[in-house]
Ligand binder design. Structure first.
Ligand SMILES: N[C@@H](CCC(=O)N[C@@H](CS)C(=O)NCC(=O)O)C(=O)O
Length: 123
């Protein structure tokens, strides 16, 4: 079972690598505006989780600069996700609203919808 999961994970990563979307290009000022917003974002994720791959592909497609945090191998990230987010589930988008009222958004579809609406990204 562990091997099958490992194998499927590698397969997903290989498919992702071979079909990776091309990042879109923006004018410097426009990109800087988005970077300022996403500097408050971080994504808790596992490297080979298919839902995390889905979110990472969108992040790449839209050229978003969002810190990725490994919640499987990094014990500090894992503990923070469980303690503050509430569940050890990935992907999870952490939105730091300048110290107060930190949001933890779980679920790949919710994260992608949030990014699209918050950052006004076209489909
Ligand atoms: N419907 C969720 C599914 C997320 C999910 O099942 N994630 C798995 C990893 S692929 C997880 O976090 N499992 C908890 C664990 O392994 O501890 C989504 O779209 O994000």
């Amino acid at each position: 079972m562990k091997f099958i999961r490992w194998f499927l994970g590698r397969l997903i990563l290989a498919c992702d690598f071979l079909t990776r979307p091309k990042p879109i290009f923006r004018e410097r000022a426009e990109q800087a505006k988005l970077d300022a917003i996403t500097s408050n974002y971080s994504i808790y994720q596992f490297h080979a989780c298919p839902f995390c791959v889905k979110v990472r592909r969108q992040v790449r497609k839209y050229s978003l600069d969002i810190e990725l945090r490994d919640a499987k191998n990094n014990i500090n990230h894992k503990q923070k996700l469980v303690k503050e987010g509430g569940v050890h589930k990935v992907p999870c988008l952490r939105i730091d609203n300048n110290g107060s009222d930190t949001e933890w958004l779980y679920g790949s579809n919710k994260i992608i919808s949030h990014l699209k609406s918050e950052l006004q990204l076209s489909s």
